[in-house]
Write a new protein. Structure first.
Length: 478
């Protein structure tokens, strides 16, 4: 029993200050006053905490209202921007339609044919159709004249060459005939001389004549070669003249075909001109229709212009209204923002004051806690001395219990019935006395544990509370 009490005191030294030498719990007057001060301080802290929570909730609510106001302002601004964009798109669309109508009007005006433009168009078409044909005809005429002049030149050259060739041939023939006649005369003279002369001289003369004959044969061959060359030149010039004549005939046929094609083109141009006349009449009819459509388009343009002016005026009015509404809402939001800002500044100042008060209260509480710790330490030292006293009493009780057990053992060994009865009677009395002492000690320990637990719940830190709960749990074991 005494060892259990010592173990409890050793494990929970915070219980020492509550035990007196008799084992009873005592609380002094300063502890009660300190407990009251702590309760008051705790109540003030709770009040400050409640005020802080209230201010915090009010600040959160004001921030939410300010955020909602900003969101509403942004929504109004976005609605205004959307309305302006829609009006701008509508205005741009109407302007685009007006430009399209104006462009169509200009195109219709350009498509309308006046008599002057009609004559100018007719002259332009005629010039465009006749210009290439006339140019081609002039080119063919120039080519025909060139080929004709070349043909005449070639024919003149051919005639000149032919006459010169005939003249040269006549001259060659006359010269050849004269040479032949001269040779005949020479031969006759030589024959006559041969008959009337000496044979030796005739032999020499015959040799000279033979030499001359050979020379004449050579000369005759040269003349024949020249005649063959002249004949070849004549044939060549005749062939060239025939080629030139064929070329001129072909060119003449081509020029006739070109003239026929030009005539056909002229007929086609005449038909095309007639078709253009009919198309011109048709375009004149279309011109009248387009003029009617033009007047109608002008009326539509005037109507659209008036509509655009109306839309522009309404847009200006709506923009002015939106600007006024935005200015009014902005003023309201700014006033509300200033009000909220003033409230927030006041609340912030209150919060700062409360924070300072809380800091001061914390400092006072810390000082009081330090004082309480010092008091608890002193009480623990006192409890330690009390515990030592209780330990000594426990040791004395243990010694007495050991002596009683030894005496009982001796009495059991004696074997005398009377002595056993007396000793048992005395042992029962001693056991009852020891039981009363133990029950008193347990009651003191329970009272000490309850008191220490109450003090730990009110003042002590979590570690002391755990120690008190441990002591309370160890009592049933005792």
């Amino acid at each position: 029993m005494s060892s259990a009490v010592f173990a409890i005191k050793h494990n929970h030294p915070s219980l020492d200050h509550a035990l007196d030498p008799g084992g009873t719990v005592k609380l002094g007057g300063p502890d009660t006053e300190l407990q009251k001060m702590l309760i008051d301080e705790r109540r003030r802290c709770e009040n400050h905490k409640i005020n802080y929570q209230t201010l915090k909730a009010e600040h959160t609510r004001l921030q939410d209202e300010f955020t909602r106001g900003q969101g509403e302002l942004k929504r109004l601004l976005s609605d205004k921007q959307t309305a302006q964009e829609k009006l701008q798109l509508l205005l741009a669309e109407l302007r685009g339609e007006m430009l399209d109508k104006t462009r169509e009007l200009e195109e219709l005006r350009l498509q309308v044919l006046t008599p002057q433009r009609l004559e100018l168009l007719r002259a332009q078409v005629q010039q465009e159709m006749e210009g290439p044909v006339r140019e081609r005809f002039n080119k063919l005429e120039e080519e025909t004249e060139k080929y004709r002049s070349e043909y005449n030149k070639l024919r003149y050259d051919y005639t000149f060459l032919k006459s010169e060739f005939d003249h040269q041939r006549e001259e060659k023939k006359i010269r050849f005939d004269a040479e032949v006649s001269r040779l005949e005369r020479d031969r006759e003279e030589l024959m006559a001389q041969y008959q009337g002369t000496d044979p030796s001289r005739d032999g020499k003369r015959v040799e000279s004549l033979l030499r001359e004959k050979a020379q004449l044969h050579l000369r005759l061959k040269g003349l024949e070669a020249e005649v063959a060359e002249l004949r070849a030149q004549r044939d060549n010039s005749g062939q060239q003249a025939e080629n030139v004549q064929r070329i001129q005939i072909r060119q003449f046929a081509e020029s006739q075909a070109a003239a026929k094609s030009l005539e056909a083109e002229r007929q086609s141009l005449r038909l095309q001109l007639e078709r253009l006349g009919s198309e011109l009449q048709l375009s004149h009819d279309q011109n009248t229709q387009l003029t009617g459509r033009l007047h109608k388009a002008e009326r539509e343009v005037n109507t659209l212009t008036s509509q655009v002016e109306g839309v522009r005026h309404s847009h200006k009015l709506e923009v002015a209204n939106v600007k006024l509404e935005c200015a009014r809402s902005r003023g309201e939001v700014e006033r509300e923002r200033d009000t909220l800002q003033g409230q927030m500044e006041g609340m912030q100042s209150d919060v700062e004051v409360l924070k300072g008060t809380v800091e001061r209260q914390k400092e006072v509480l810390a000082e009081r806690e330090r004082e309480l710790v010092r008091r608890v330490q002193a009480a623990r030292e006192e409890e330690f001395h009390k515990t030592a006293t209780v330990h000594e009493e426990k040791s004395v009780l243990d010694d007495r219990l050991a002596e009683l057990e030894q005496q009982r053992a001796l009495q059991d060994a004696a074997g005398h019935t009377q002595k056993e009865e007396r000793q048992s009677h005395a042992g029962v009395k001693e056991e009852e006395q020891h039981r009363r002492e133990l029950s008193l000690l347990c009651w003191r320990l329970e009272e000490l544990a309850c008191t220490q637990q109450q003090q730990m719940e009110e003042l002590g830190p979590p570690m002391d509370r755990n120690r008190g709960s441990g002591l309370h749990d160890s009592l049933p074991e005792l």
